[in-house]
Write a protein that binds this ligand. Structure first.
Ligand SMILES: Cc1cc2nc3c(=O)[nH]c(=O)nc-3n(C[C@H](O)[C@H](O)[C@H](O)COP(=O)(O)OP(=O)(O)OC[C@H]3O[C@@H](n4cnc5c(N)ncnc54)[C@H](O)[C@@H]3O)c2cc1C
Length: 319
């Protein structure tokens, strides 16, 4: 048995693709991945997703997206795709739980994952003071001092969230200017619990079982210092989750998938939506929009497939 369309990933791109594919009567199957909801589920404050004037938490937003897709017949499977074969049609997908699926079309919505600092102490102390998710772990730092690494939207947004719990939030940025939106910069500057440490990078994370300090170096002066903290939240960007497709799909040097303006990869019937290919906008609404586009293109592909067959579509695509 072959699925019409399998959607890989349950972030805003995947869940929106599932909604549109379900409403087009394609009976889509979405394989959620190990992180249901994707990156947006890591934040407690989403203030810029249209339709929620009072804001919404990331987990709530993605749960609502799931409910909406399921209402129209999308099936959501909690599993992680471990192998794909796009060399033969129908395509084959294998999962960590040992399932094998065949699919007429595939929408890749595997998004991105947080970049690590890559300094000594980071791996050993992950989950023991080092975190990539303030929503998940902020509560553990009630009355404690924490550091946030980064200078973009996520760093400031999550730093502000952490002021609800922590007594002091040190935002450590390697430059002397922030990249974050102006509104977040103003809120952070006005917050008495936030302290900026400019022009500084982390050399190593120190602790004996749990984090107790950061070794910092000032990139302008070379001065070294130690900052006592109990928690470190890292927000220094992302890398795309596309290793699975290496050798089968085209990608740029950073691993972002190459697609045309209609989100087709070079393999007819395989589409990409969201941060697996978008390295520019990186917003939930943008990924949701790409999910919609990919589902509409998958629908058109499946209609063409019925009338023309895969060989003819492939032949046309190669011209
Ligand atoms: C802390 C933080 C705060 C943010 N705040 C905002 C905000 O306020 N507003 C905003 O618009 N954006 C915000 N963003 C950005 C937003 O989260 C992303 O733009 C959006 O989530 C990208 O959606 P996506 O669907 O493309 O990918 P992702 O959200 O990255 O989702 C990818 C999905 O693919 C799954 N997956 C990966 N590999 C596999 C596999 N092999 N098999 C199956 N599934 C797989 C993952 O489990 C995940 O479910 C924030 C991001 C972070 C990290």
């Amino acid at each position: 048995m072959s699925e019409n369309v399998i959607i890989i990933g349950s972030g805003p791109a995947g869940l929106t693709a599932a909604l549109y594919a379900a409403r087009a009567n394609l009976d889509p199957l979405l394989i959620s991945g190990n992180e249901f909801g994707g990156q947006i589920a890591l934040t407690n404050e989403v203030e810029n997703y249209p339709g929620f004037p009072d804001g919404i938490t990331g987990p709530e937003l993605t749960e609502l997206m799931k409910q909406q897709a399921e209402k129209f017949g999308a099936r959501v499977e909690q599993d992680h795709v471990s192998r794909v074969d796009f060399s033969k049609h129908p395509f084959t997908l294998d999962t960590e739980n040992g399932a094998r699926y065949n699919a007429q079309s595939v929408i890749i919505a595997t998004g991105a994952s947080p970049r690590r600092l890559g300094v000594p102490g980071e791996l050993e102390l992950t989950g023991r003071g080092v975190s990539y998710c303030a929503t998940c772990d902020g509560f553990f730092f009630r009355g404690k001092d924490v550091a946030v690494i980064g200078g973009g939207d996520s760093a400031l947004q999550e730093g502000l969230f952490l002021t609800r719990f922590a007594s002091q939030v040190h935002i450590i940025h390697r430059r002397s200017e922030l990249r974050a939106q102006q509104i977040l910069q103003e809120r952070a500057r006005e917050n008495p619990k936030i302290n900026f440490v400019w022009d500084s990078v982390v050399q190593d994370i120190r602790g004996n079982g749990t984090v107790n300090a950061l070794a910092l170096v000032n990139v302008r002066t070379g001065d070294k210092s130690e900052l006592p903290v109990n928690g470190v939240f890292v927000y220094i960007g992302h890398y795309p989750n596309t290793d699975l497709f290496k050798g089968q799909l085209e990608m740029n040097d950073e691993g972002y998938l190459k697609v045309d303006e209609r989100l087709h990869t070079k393999i007819p019937g395989v589409f990409a939506a969201g941060e697996a290919h978008d390295h520019v906008f990186k917003q939930a609404i943008v990924s949701a929009g790409f999910g919609c586009m990919a589902a509409m293109e998958a629908e058109k592909f499946l209609a063409d497939l019925e009338h023309e067959g895969y060989a003819a579509i492939s032949e046309n695509a190669s011209h």
